[in-house]
Design a protein around this ligand. Sequence first.
Ligand code: PFF
Length: 450
Amino acid sequence: MTDKRFLHGQWSSRLAFILAASGSAIGLGNIWKFPYLVGENGGGAFVLVYLLCVIAIGIPIMMAETMLGRRGRQSPINTMASLAEEAGANPLWRYVGWLGVLAGFLILSYYSVIAGWSMAYIVKMAGGFMDRVSTTDTQQTFLDLKAASDIQLVWHTAFMGATLLIVSKGVSQGLERVTRIMMPGLLVMLLVLDVYAAGTEGFGQGMAFLFKPDFGKLTGESVLIAMGQAFFSLGLGMGSIMVYGSYLPDHVSISRSTAFVAAADTLVALLAGIAIFPVVFSYQLAPGMGPGLIFETLPLAFGQMPAGSLVGSLFFILIFFAAITSSIALIEPAVAWLSENRGISRPKASLYAGSICWFLGIGTLLSFNAWSNTTWFGRNFFELVDFVTADILLPTGGILVAIFASWVVKTRDSERELELGPRYVWWQVLTRFVAPIAIAIVFSHAMGVL
Ligand code: PFF
């Protein structure tokens, strides 16, 4: 093998991993969820806690999960089982993989409904309905969509159908090519919106809201939500990064690749926040309005721009692609397990898994209309599924991955896999002590809200 071929091979595999992992990380969590959670939880202090969680908990766990995937080289359930066997540990560790399959399922059920909203907005923007709209118009448009369970069902079905088509055909390679264009496209589009936001009168107020911490607004629950959002946004704690890690060649640096993905993910979330809050304050809207935030504010910005309907529809198309690359990661652990262990063909496995998610998604879309007042533990169906997955299952999966990778896997092996040199001890301290203890403290503080 010539040096050149070797180097080229190395580069393209690393790129493939980075593309797949950022495709999974960057999604609705960055553009839809992060801004509305920041708005609901008081701004700057929440952002700061979020960033701390990404650095001290998210990145080390992302490295741990990738490493386990690369050592196991199978679907997460089988990887956990064989690594536990290799280390002579309790076979119950395989249930970490199961936890991930469950979390992915539940997340995808509502993810598809929200992605469906974005698809509805592609059409609304392209049709020019948003030209020079007022706040009452955007609010009404969103209210109408929320009220129309039939229209939401059509879009939810279309999105789930698109996901299943891609997963069952295994055309992820084609998708990789789309991701290569989509990611920079999304970045450019967010920058365009940021430049627009910088010229609005609410810019100063928006930036202060995002970046000036007011710790008085922080509660035990909001810290839990910030931590859950770090897991959700990085796509951690449910085995999808483990799947991608299993395809990672030995010579690729796990630390550099994961740091890149985490940085890109965080950048996109912050850029989305910078685009949205100045508009919120310019139009005297409420930052804490909830899941409708981007749908009620961004059309106001697009409505004022030259060629706004074109820019707006392009933006929602990009959100659709970002959502689809994440939804593939969400369903993959289940499909991989069904086809690896149960001998079910990929198309059938996708259909079974997807149908259950689709059915559960109906509960979410009804949460915005017929079931909006039906609550369990003070939460409607959508809020409950979101809370259980992002704030309970993902951090629980994360804590177990951290403990397994740092205590059960032999130090000699993890040291060799991670190639961190003298910085290895940092990773070890973070995964052995800091992450598990921090997650446990946040859980116990938030007990009151369970
Ligand atoms: N990270 C995705 C987002 O921010 O939209 C959502 C997600 C994907 C969560 C994959 C978990 C996951 F395994």
